[in-house]
Design a protein around this ligand. Structure first.
Ligand SMILES: [Zn+2]
Length: 164
């Protein structure tokens, strides 16, 4: 068997990345860590939470910052759109639907990134068990099950919010 196994593999370096992976790579490079840190600074450890460590890993911090940044943008754009309605902007339905569609797609991307973040964070902090959260100063907390919804990241449905 004259195999290719003796040849140096160039597959990895030549491999084209899937679109989402490639996009995430550039998002990670440009992640706004300062925004994430500022917004986290108001998220204090609550009575039902136990600090299990501090997230020092910059790659993981960037992952958090990417999903946080997207969420922030989605909420800002949603508010801006709502403000246009409040001012009586003559949107036709197709304009609103296009906005909802774009914001929903962004929110879904943020959810995917968030899932990856929690997955890696749980692995890095096994002591946190099932419910885990991020607090001011990148503190990692374990949260009592019944308080899970207070973890600071909430899933939003843009369509529901816009009433479409
Ligand atoms: Zn509209």
């Amino acid at each position: 068997m004259a195999g290719r196994e003796n040849q140096p593999s160039t597959r990895e370096s030549e491999m084209k990345q899937p679109k989402f992976v490639s996009w995430l790579g550039s998002m990670l490079e440009n992640a706004d860590l300062a925004l994430a840190e500022t917004d986290l600074s108001g998220s204090l450890v609550k009575a039902n939470e136990t600090v299990v460590g501090v997230l020092e890993d910059e790659a993981l911090r960037r992952l958090y910052a990417v999903q946080h940044g997207i969420r922030t943008t989605v909420l800002q754009r949603f508010d801006a759109h709502g403000a246009e309605h409040d001012r009586g902007a003559p949107h036709d339905e197709s304009v609103c639907r296009a906005a909802v569609s774009e914001l929903s797609a962004m929110a879904k991307d943020a959810d995917l990134v968030k899932d990856i973040f929690w997955r890696d964070l749980r692995e890095a902090f096994p002591a946190a068990e099932t419910s885990i959260g991020i607090r001011a100063g990148w503190q990692v907390v374990s949260i009592k099950e019944q308080e899970r919804r207070s973890s600071g990241i909430s899933i939003i449905s843009i369509g529901d919010l816009l009433g479409l």
